[in-house]
Design a protein around this ligand. Structure first.
Ligand code: ATP
Length: 434
């Protein structure tokens, strides 16, 4: 079984990700995040926001609407150029992206393929309730344009000064021709991005491009991703957007194949000058030192929350031999782990123990996401928490009642130690912030 299959099985079994509307047979390219998945995704987004907005003086955040005036997509070139070349198999009728098939035969049944046709990826919808008067609109194909369309507003309503950035996290939609590989290629997905505005000068472009490339790679490494599964790849000339001055991807190696999950792009003044042209609004920046106006250049970092979640799961998935059994464990970074700790009463039928354990659980819940489990025996509970990626399991036993301490078991080393109940919060905080 491939790692992707193992991860998607675990994701479903433990409540990370389910196929959307599965009771009706599902819908291609759509996924629902379950109780553990929603926590993992929130943690990824929170870490992103913390490092990109909270800890920086030069970046502010925004949350733009998903449906915008359709002219936005004309200006950005999406209605015209947001296309993938598509081929159909004449025999089995399957569709493929022309750039994903080698040769002229269907990869599935070896049937003959049609000529490549352009296929627009924007998802169309309509606004208004009166038939005949409905207005065509689009679900955003990328979150980027919501930022650029608000460039003027942010300049006028805050004190930002170039160089500065606007970060955003939100849903995007694409009519992908071949959704698949679990959540890797979905039709609805979330992006986390930074648009960083700089002076329109070559040296500045080079400096900030290198800076953001490094920042973003460091971020994944600091959250525990294995260096050997990460690399940068420069876009080929024919793969680059026509306006891109430089473009690199951060890729993750899954089942032996390198896959994109974040792009660092030098967009030049493309977006702002196009919005200036199409809207008639002035998108230039006045440098108060030189008194000169210019249209800023943009360095963008564009990552996928779902692809990050998938790769964090794959990267942390470990099967270990423990005595004669195989233990499956998600060695997620504690900052990303859905639950930071799980609390157990050694025995579920001893009211005194359960009461004490619940008081600890209630106390910890005020500060951390904590799980409670009273099913089966301790061994089973450990295994369930290992598969959920919970870094610490806390067990309350009879000694706890007398001595005021508990057993804390470490997920990765499986080592156990006693910790005073009074010191438990401090202990966990220390461990989680390591
Ligand atoms: P691909 O070549 O895989 O289609 P792309 O180059 O079109 O991706 P971008 O437009 O640069 O991707 O989007 C930025 C990020 O958004 C990607 O790196 C990825 O993490 C995420 N993303 C894009 N398309 C999808 C999708 N269909 N499903 C999930 N995430 C996506």
């Amino acid at each position: 079984m491939s790692l992707l299959e193992k991860v998607s099985n675990l994701a479903k079994r433990r409540g990370f990700v389910y196929p959307s509307s599965e009771i009706y047979g599902g819908i291609q390219g759509m996924w629902d995040y379950g109780p553990l998945g929603v926590l993992l995704k929130r943690n990824i987004k929170e870490e992103f926001w913390k490092s990109m907005v909270q800890e920086r003086e030069d970046v502010v955040g925004i949350d733009a609407s998903i449906i915008m005036n359709p002219k936005v997509w004309e200006a950005s070139g999406h209605t015209e150029a947001f296309t993938d070349p598509l081929v159909d198999c004449k025999k089995c009728k399957k569709r493929f992206r022309a750039d994903h098939v080698e040769g002229k035969k269907c990869p599935d049944c070896k049937g003959e393929l049609t000529k490549a046709r352009k296929f627009n990826l924007l998802v169309e919808t309509s606004l208004g309730s009166i038939e005949g008067e409905k207005q065509t609109a689009y679900l955003r194909g990328e979150i980027t344009q919501g930022v650029h369309a608000n460039f003027r507003q942010v300049l006028d309503s805050t004190r930002v000064k170039i160089p500065f950035g606007i970060a955003q996290i939100g849903k995007a939609f694409r009519n992908e021709i071949t959704p698949g590989q679990f959540t890797f290629r979905s039709r609805e997905f979330e992006q986390m991005e930074l648009q960083y505005y700089i002076k329109s000068v070559e040296a500045e472009g080079k400096k900030w491009f290198a800076y953001w490339k490094k920042e973003r790679m460091d971020w994944y490494e600091e959250l525990g991703m294995n260096k050997k599964n990460l690399r940068f790849r420069e876009h080929e000339k024919d793969e680059r957007a026509h306006y891109a001055r430089d473009a690199w991807d951060i890729e993750y190696k899954l089942d032996g194949e390198w896959k994109e999950f974040e792009g660092i792009h030098h967009r030049g003044d493309w977006d702002l000058s196009r919005h200036q042209k199409f809207s008639g609004e002035d998108m230039s920046y006045l440098d108060d030192k030189t008194n000169k106006k210019f249209v800023p250049w943009i360095i963008e970092t564009s990552g996928g929350v779902d692809r990050a979640a998938l790769f964090f799961l794959a990267d942390s998935y470990v099967e270990e031999k423990v005595k004669d059994e195989t233990r499956t464990v998600l060695k997620l970074h504690p900052k990303l782990a859905p639950y930071k700790a799980a609390v157990f009463s050694l025995l579920a039928n001893k009211p005194k123990l359960v009461k004490f354990a619940r008081s600890i659980y209630d106390d910890l819940r005020g500060e951390f996401m904590v799980a409670w489990d009273e099913r089966g025996n301790i061994g089973k509970r450990y295994r369930a928490q290992d598969e959920a990626g919970t870094p610490y399991c806390i067990t309350i036993d009879f000694d706890s009642l007398e001595k005021g301490d508990v057993t804390v078991r470490d997920r990765d080393s499986m080592k156990q130690g006693r910790v005073k109940v009074k010191k438990l919060k401090e202990y966990l905080t220390g461990k989680l912030n390591q």
